[in-house]
Write a protein that binds this ligand. Structure first.
Ligand SMILES: [Zn+2]
Length: 174
């Protein structure tokens, strides 16, 4: 893959990787996108909040990702299962230690910790906590491929965007 930033290290000519990515896309495009971003190290850890069957977990593992399922609760007491994946065992352990069997919350502390795990720029996390969805300079097409809300005049997001775009495009050609 050609990329300005030299990201996209996975060998897309490898029929094995292509097969995994295609199969993940069939489950959900966003899941395949998260898997690639995580494989490439742009996201240290990703969380999938919808149910994921064994075949989906197996595809993530075949791409070199470690997976874990985490039990959480919502306010009503109902149980939810989250799937997290990362190349790095320490990130899975950090997530598990902090969130396993705990209620889902949206506190500033949680947002800061999640931002760290998910690879969000700290400036954007800080701004989002202060004022969610404050105006920024991104176009709708750029917002669509990011998972964080960029702060105004962010210095990190434009660099990340190039890397995200190249992965997003490679997904479409997969
Ligand atoms: Zn920022």
């Amino acid at each position: 893959m050609n990329s300005k930033l030299g990201v996209v290290n996975l060998d897309f000519e490898s029929s094995e990787i292509k097969r995994c990515v295609r199969a993940l896309k069939e489950i959900d495009f966003e899941l395949a996108y998260l898997a690639l971003l995580t494989c490439e190290g742009l996201k240290p850890l990703s969380r999938w909040e919808k149910p994921l069957a064994d075949d989906g977990l197996e595809l993530l593992r075949q791409m070199g990702l470690l997976t874990k399922q985490i039990r959480r609760t919502v306010k009503t007491g109902k149980e939810v299962i989250e799937t997290i994946f990362s190349r790095l065992p320490a990130y899975l352990e950090l997530y598990e230690q902090r969130f396993e069997n705990r209620p889902i919350d949206k506190s500033a502390q949680t947002r800061r910790f999640e931002g760290f795990l998910f690879g969000y720029p700290p400036c954007c996390v800080k701004e989002y906590i202060r004022k969610p969805y404050a105006a920024n300079n991104l176009g709708a097409d750029e917002r669509e491929i990011l998972f964080h809300w960029a702060c105004r005049d962010c210095k990190i997001t434009p660099v990340l965007l190039d890397a995200y775009k190249s992965i997003y495009n490679s997904l479409n050609s997969c």
